[in-house]
Write a protein that binds this ligand. Structure first.
Ligand code: PLI
Length: 461
């Protein structure tokens, strides 16, 4: 990379407030990891040095957002911050109606309960943990219709988040359009490694679903990041703004679930956005049962204000360029030292390919879980398993799902860590990689019923 290119993603902000980090010894970390049952979700944040567990709710807010927090209108009904959020969801995402929720899964819960009938099918571009669980709890069966390339960590397809239209059409033929509640389309597909979907694919999904009268529900959680990849990789979008691309993406869908904790640069918040008034009416009715009144949906007024302002900041080009630039920086560094990662590097995270990193550990000894634990032991860096533990069990057979991708996610919070933190991260991964032959797997000793990856416990073999 040339000098100028290398400089080009520098952060378009300066640091106003700092939060000290605790430095730990290897002995401290051995103790903490054993107490946490070799599950990075069960570590105390205090014992973590660089926290790459997730980009969800871990963002640094701007002074503009913090100033907005002081303007929180904490009225039970009709908060002015709700109307600001509604205005910005309309302006930037293009949806007509808004139902705020406490976070993304609140929106997933409502839309799943509303639109899925027991026995229905819900196709989507690879599963996401909470999305699929809500679909299953509503009686639906998730069907993965992502392109095959997405399951191959080394395939360089620029839009590995695309839906395979043939798979979708085959499913419609097989079960009949009436049995399909809707198609879930996720932007920058998380479990595939943060891989984007193309505008062309979105257009074709719309054309096919319109023909069959099937709704499309967009998981817009990281749609801004996806818009950036479209601008960089898809012909005809080079000169279009991120905001324009984002709005066009949404225009091919009927509604969206949103976890504001990612793209929207807040620590809590989400929403369900809809175009269909009848569905909105029902959603607005349901939100009061599960979340809160329809003008706050489980959020404080100040949090809605921070999210409304976060929408405006998220689409700023210098921001999104630096955000994705930082992730690419770490990805390029790891690739250059031969560490196996998912390619192309995704939008929110670098994913280590644990199957190739630890080829001597069988999938049932949890290679990705093991690798996440080892990385923490080496340096106090916290990452997340995205493999067989996250995939859970089939609701039909009770057996584990055996995902092709067995990954460890190094997820970058937005506007939080510096380039030196990125360098330390790469150095630690390299150190673990050099010692990989000595690493042994884990056995699961406690398995919760739902979303087991959050609370499962392990012991070293
Ligand atoms: O964590 P929530 O409930 O605000 O959002 C759920 C959710 C929905 N869709 C997608 C694509 C997500 O990535 C997502 C949450 N992701 C988390 C927590 C993550 O660590 O990736």
């Amino acid at each position: 990379m040339g000098k100028l290119e290398r400089r080009s993603w520098a952060e378009p902000f300066k640091i106003k407030v700092v939060e000290p980090l605790k430095m730990t010894t290897r002995e401290d970390r051995l103790k903490a990891m054993a107490e946490a049952g070799y599950n990075t979700f069960l570590l105390r944040s205090e014992d973590v040095y660089i926290d790459l567990l997730t980009d969800s709710g871990t963002n640094a807010m701007s002074d503009y957002q913090w100033a907005g927090m002081m303007l929180g209108d904490e009225a039970y009904a009709g908060s002015k911050n709700y109307y600001h959020l509604e205005e910005n969801v309309g302006k930037f995402y293009g949806y007509k109606y808004l139902v705020p929720t406490h976070q993304g899964r609140g929106a997933e819960h409502i839309i799943s309960k509303l639109l899925i009938k027991p026995g229905d099918y819900v196709p989507g571009n690879m599963y996401f943990t909470t999305t699929r669980l809500h679909q299953e709890l509503a009686g639906g069966t998730f069907v993965d219709v992502i392109i095959d390339e997405a399951h191959d960590s080394q395939n360089l397809h620029p839009f590995k988040g695309n839906i395979d239209l043939q798979k979708l059409e085959d499913l419609i033929k097989k079960v009949g359009e009436k049995k399909i509640s809707y198609v879930t389309v996720a932007a920058t597909v998380n479990m595939a490694g943060g891989q984007p979907i193309s505008m062309e694919n979105l257009r074709r999904i719309r054309a096919l679903t319109s023909k069959h009268n099937i709704k499309v529900v967009f998981d817009a959680t990281r749609a801004v990041e996806n818009a950036y990849f479209i601008k960089m990789r898809e012909k005809g979008f080079e000169q279009r703004s991120i905001a324009e691309i984002l709005k066009e993406m949404c225009s091919y869908t009927d509604g969206a679930t949103m976890s504001g904790k990612k793209d929207l640069l807040v620590n809590i918040g989400g929403f369900l956005a809809l175009n269909d008034y009848d569905v909105f009416e029902e959603a607005r009715n349901m939100v009061v049962v599960y979340e809160g009144l329809h003008t706050y949906g489980g959020l404080a007024g100040r949090d809605m204000e921070a999210m409304a302002r976060g929408i405006e900041e998220a689409v700023q080009e210098p921001h999104i360029k630096a955000r994705i630039g930082q992730v690419e920086y770490v990805g390029d560094k790891l690739q250059s030292i031969g560490v196996p990662i998912v390619l192309p590097v995704g939008g929110h995270a670098v994913f280590l390919d644990a199957k190739r990193f630890l080829p001597h550990i069988p999938q049932l000894q949890f290679p990705a879980q093991t690798l996440a634990a080892e990385l923490y032991l080496d340096s106090g860096i916290r990452s997340m398993e995205r493999g067989i533990v996250s995939a859970g069990r089939s609701k039909e057979t009770g057996d584990h799902y055996y995902p092709k991708l067995e990954l460890v996610r190094l997820t970058f919070p937005r506007r939080v860590y510096t380039q030196a933190h990125c360098d330390v991260t790469a150095e630690s991964v390299e150190a673990v990689f050099e010692n990989r032959d000595r690493i042994k797997g884990l056995k699961m000793v406690y398995e919760p019923k739902y979303l087991r990856f959050f609370q499962a416990r392990f012991e070293r073999l």
